[in-house]
Design a protein around this ligand. Structure first.
Ligand SMILES: CC(C)(COP(=O)(O)OP(=O)(O)OC[C@H]1O[C@@H](n2cnc3c(N)ncnc32)[C@H](O)[C@@H]1OP(=O)(O)O)[C@@H](O)C(=O)NCCC(=O)NCCS
Length: 171
């Protein structure tokens, strides 16, 4: 990601100037995100360019999560130990600025990379997303996420898949 970096949201970032076209996601960044960080209910990361580090190009939130193992598809369950719950990381929100088409994939790749490195410290076997609508679900589906829990809006990706892709890229 030449000239780009992701970092924790801070007061140096121009939150008011961010618009992804979905009011609820803009409002979250402007009004709620800092408080969620202070209360440790979400870690909020923004993507910025090196030459305009105050301008938010996109953001995502991460939080610990637990999934009822029995609610996952059989194929996934077979590869997991028989614990009633499986540790996961939730991408609660992810949005890119309206003038940054194509940036969603970059944000998602950054989030997955961060989650993968974090799992060495706090284990997480799945990444879960809560898609806010069918278009968002299609975006995640396109990136290999699998629906579960009887709804097309909740999707997961096994950490093994993410680690495998990272290893292939490193070769
Ligand atoms: C959802 C979002 C992050 C996608 O970002 P993006 O930059 O448009 O996505 P990309 O161009 O990187 O998309 C990659 C693939 O996902 C699919 N995709 C993206 N948006 C889609 C949509 N609305 N409907 C169907 N498929 C979609 C495309 O097929 C695309 O593949 P392609 O390159 O072959 O066309 C972006 O539209 C956004 O920020 N929306 C507002 C916030 C939001 O809805 N967030 C969802 C999480 S709650």
């Amino acid at each position: 990601m030449n000239g780009l970096r992701s970092e924790a949201l801070s007061s140096s970032h121009d939150r008011e100037g961010f618009s992804c076209g979905v009011a609820a996601l803009d409002n979250y960044l402007q009004r709620q995100a800092s408080q969620d960080m202070r209360r440790h209910v979400a870690a909020v990361f923004v993507m910025v360019s090196e030459d305009q580090p105050q301008t938010i190009l996109g953001y995502y939130t991460l939080a610990s999560y637990a999934v009822e193992t029995s609610g996952l598809p059989d194929e996934a369950v077979k590869k997991l130990p028989r614990y009633p719950t499986t540790p996961a990381t939730l991408i609660g929100r992810l949005a890119r600025a309206v003038d940054q088409p194509g940036f969603g994939s970059l944000l998602l790749a950054d989030a997955l990379g961060r989650i993968l490195s974090n799992t060495r410290e706090v284990a997480s076997a799945l990444v879960v997303v809560d898609a806010k609508d069918d278009a968002a679900a299609a975006f995640y589906h396109k990136h290999g996420f699998i629906p579960f829990g009887g709804t097309a809006r909740k999707l997961f990706l096994p950490m093994k898949t993410i680690a495998g892709a990272a290893q292939r890229r490193a070769r």
